[in-house]
Ligand binder design. Structure first.
Ligand code: FAD
Ligand code: NAD
Length: 404
């Protein structure tokens, strides 16, 4: 008898959580499990702002997928998913095709540019290890070459961060720790550096606790960040950005580096595959299946789950992606055994936003935290994510232990 074939697309938080749970719950005879990912490594997307600023080496934010899968149960395929044909139970890869009995789509997010002109060409986005490496190298090059240029253009030392959501703020936290190091290394006067955060909403971290937001802003301002609140980026150019000023006017901000951190959408494969979607995110059924497809599950940033209390979607986070991975694995096993699937219920444990390696703000189990306590908690959360997927050995290899 042929074994049912489970194909999982994406080895991020949602995909790896699903696979590591499936490999614990199923024997070799019960199913064939195939994991597909673009690279042979997993990266901690939640640490990419550190690699982008250069405060953490990119090798620290990734690990080999082979470290956490049981290769006697899971076949790993390194490939890029180009399309899914859900009516034919097929996945199209850059190097072939795969068929499946059960599919889990966990391809993660893409940067949302809202169609703003020039962003794709002239701005960076914190989306992967390779993107983080490019940002770090670009910023370092600006500092390294500043003194070697005849005209010493100071714009070269201006870094614009678009968006003051959690990604923008966490990146600024790292950047403000990294810039003094770069100044020392390349003999650059710190006073010449500008770090400008442009946020369209009337506040940074819209919707977050105002007292903690105030703390975060003050801490970052002390380290040199200029906030341009209530200001929307309209265009990116080779020389910087154009922002809206008043009703009809615009202003140019010249900058050597523009990092766009103003939002995410789901993976474009979702749109190509023809799933009903909202900005490449599929509003999944209660048990995480795609509407209309009994054998397709969607987890992580490609899925959309409604918070029944607010009637709005939960923000896409690693926390929800990992919880979905657990339920998705259980539901696949239930289907294999002819049992009922279970409803996914998000258990929100809180949010912690780092402000560099040594500072943070957060609300955890309803308690407000800031400073070293919050920073400690952030590292506990980072280590917990490693533990959930790779156990203690992965925490010992990749964990964060500099608590104070
Ligand atoms: P990911 O973890 O991004 O994984 C997607 C995987 O799919 C990757 O391995 C990718 O290489 C692979 N892939 C993509 N496209 C293809 C393709 N076409 N073919 C093959 N493989 C492909 N959330 C929190 O809860 N807490 C935090 O502190 C936090 N901090 C963050 C900090 C930053 C800087 C950023 C950018 C995000 C942060 N988030 C945080 C959000 C969180 O990272 C995402 O919600 C989470 O990564 C989503 O998990 P996922 O499994 O859907 O996708
Ligand atoms: P976001 O959507 O949360 O924030 C984007 C910000 O950009 C918003 O404040 C928005 O007003 C602003 N913006 C949008 N268009 C703009 C424009 N034209 N000009 C200037 N500003 C503009 O996106 P994010 O910060 O990338 O976060 C993505 C997801 O990842 C969220 O769900 C977030 O909760 C999660 N995340 C969580 C953490 C954490 O828990 N520590 C860290 C990073 C990201």
């Amino acid at each position: 008898m042929t074994k049912p074939k489970i194909v999982v697309l994406g080895a991020g938080y949602g995909g790896l959580m699903t696979v590591t749970r499936l490999q614990k719950m199923l024997s070799q005879n019960e199913a064939e499990i195939v994991l597909v990912n673009k690279h042979d490594y997993h990266y901690e997307t939640t640490w990419l702002h550190e690699a982008s600023a250069g405060t953490l080496h990119h090798d620290r934010v990734r690990y080999a997928i082979s470290n956490v899968i049981n290769r006697s149960k899971v076949k790993f395929v390194q490939a890029t998913v180009e399309n899914i044909k859900p009516n034919e139970n097929k996945v199209v890869l850059n190097n072939g095709e795969l068929d499946y009995d059960y599919l889990v789509v966990a391809l993660g997010p893409e940067s949302e540019t809202f169609g703003i002109k020039g962003l794709k060409e002239y701005a960076f986005a914190i989306t992967s290890v390779n993107a983080a490496r490019r940002i770090r190298e670009h910023i370092e090059t600006q500092f390294a070459t500043y003194n070697t240029e005849k005209d010493k253009k100071e714009e070269r030392l201006t870094i614009v961060v678009g968006g003051a959501g959690f990604t923008g703020i966490e990146f600024l936290g790292e950047l403000t720790n990294r810039v003094p190091e770069l100044c020392r290394e390349y003999d650059v006067d710190f006073q010449k550096v500008r770090i400008i955060c442009v946020e369209a909403a009337p506040t940074v971290l819209p919707g977050f606790d105002p007292e903690l937001v105030q703390y975060a802003m003050e801490q970052l301002q002390k380290k040199g960040v200029e906030f341009r609140i209530g200001t929307a980026i309209k265009e990116a150019t080779p020389d910087g950005i154009i922002v809206a000023k008043g009703e009809n006017e615009t202003e140019e901000i010249k900058a050597g580096t523009v990092v766009w951190a103003a939002g995410v959408r789901g993976n474009s494969v979702i749109e190509k595959a023809g799933f009903e979607n909202n900005r490449a995110r599929v509003k999944v059924e209660e048990d995480l299946r795609a509407p209309g497809y009994n054998n397709v599950f969607i987890v992580g940033d490609c899925s959309l789950v409604i918070n029944e209390e607010t009637n709005r979607p939960y923000p896409p986070t690693a926390q929800i992606a990992m919880q979905q991975g657990v339920v998705c694995a259980k539901n696949i096993v239930a289907l294999l055994k002819g049992q009922e699937t279970q409803k996914f219920v998000f258990d929100n444990k809180g949010t912690v936003c780092s402000l560099g390696d040594d500072d943070a703000i957060g609300i955890v189990f309803g308690r407000k935290l800031k400073g070293t306590k919050a920073s400690f908690m952030k590292k506990v959360i980072d280590n917990r994510a490693l533990f959930m997927i790779g156990g203690l050995s992965l925490v010992l290899k990749k964990g964060k232990f500099k608590f104070f």
